[in-house]
Design a protein around this ligand. Structure first.
Ligand code: NDP
Length: 281
């Protein structure tokens, strides 16, 4: 028998705690505020931005949307961010990715003040995650750690295998799991004998971006499996990186897609925005 980790339940519990703290801050005269920048008309980005705004509303924070046209230049975007860096009511700034191809994404992200970088993408914040002493935890990995804690899943001393080494998921997840005293292995597309390694995992994190990539023969009996993948199938349905139906019976805990890791990411963004506002005291 396995337990299906319910990302919506964990997310609701974290959001309740955030709401209480937002109310405390409001009583002191500060309302946490998140500026959300969206450039162009990508429908998926629009959905994410709307959900981020909804999350702010739900927890009592302010959100400020800046919807810019597709033809916005790097310089125009940078000058907006510089303005927001100086605004007192804006505690967090995020630029929804991807930005149109003509925009220099790295330059844009590096313009966000590290003190307002609630996505934790700025090199200063990446460095802090590396040292383990940070204000802003990278949202998707932090959401996974939160889920493990909610279900009282032991991490210290366990072998955590992460498939994927991206800067937003795989690498920061490795850092957070090290901070939790796991023994960490990071795999990627050049890893040899992948299944031999994943079969050693007490906690297996799949952040590959390939539907049903993790099959039953890659999973140890009783493992905890966290599926980060969000793959849109031809029928419009979402599918994770793990072949859920084939793998679930081998696991002790597993996250579904949708309804697993996904709901946690925006919640952790809200948590970071709260932290940014608390930091102004
Ligand atoms: P990236 O494409 O940036 O990284 C994918 C990683 O998987 C790379 O490190 C790549 O290796 C590795 N990989 C690819 N093929 C293989 C293979 N055959 N064997 C082993 N490793 C392989 O993706 P992201 O990390 O940004 O995202 C991963 C997934 O998570 C996507 O589906 C994305 O949509 C989803 N996602 C979900 C979020 C959420 O909120 N739930 C947030 C962010 C992402 P290499 O480095 O060698 O190329």
């Amino acid at each position: 028998m396995y337990t299906r980790i319910d990302g919506k339940e964990v997310s609701a519990s974290v959001r309740n705690a955030i709401t209480e703290k937002v109310n405390d801050l409001k009583a002191k005269g500060v309302t946490p505020g998140l500026a959300v920048i969206i450039v162009g008309n990508d429908p998926a980005s629009r959905v994410y931005v709307n959900n981020k705004k909804k999350g702010c509303e739900q927890t009592g924070m302010n959100s400020f949307e800046y919807a810019l046209p597709e033809e916005t230049t790097t310089e125009e975007l940078i000058s907006l961010i510089e303005k927001l860096n100086g605004e007192k009511d804006v505690h967090g700034i995020l630029c929804q990715l991807p930005v149109p191809k003509h925009i220099d994404e790295e330059k844009v992200l590096n313009t966000i003040s590290p003190d307002k970088d609630v996505d934790a993408f700025h090199p200063v914040n990446c460095g802090k995650v590396m040292t383990g002493d940070y204000t802003f935890a990278p949202c998707t990995p932090a959401g996974m750690v939160e889920m493990l804690k909610y279900y009282n899943i032991p991490v210290a001393g366990k072998h955590c295998v992460i498939i994927g080494r991206s800067n937003i998921v795989g690498k920061p997840m490795a850092m957070l799991m090290l901070k939790e005293n796991a023994t960490v292995t990071v795999c990627h597309s050049r890893t040899e004998n992948l299944a031999e390694i994943t079969k050693q995992a007490d906690i297996l994190v799949a952040a590959v971006g390939r539907p049903k990539f993790v099959t039953a023969d890659m999973v140890k009996d009783g493992a905890v499996v966290l599926d980060v993948g969000i793959n849109r199938m031809e029928d419009g349905k979402l599918c994770g990186d793990v072949d859920f139906d084939a793998v679930c019976e081998k696991t002790s805990y597993i996250t579904p897609v949708p309804g697993g890791v996904g709901p946690m990411t925006i919640t952790m963004l809200l948590k970071n925005t709260l932290a940014a506002a608390e930091n102004t005291f």
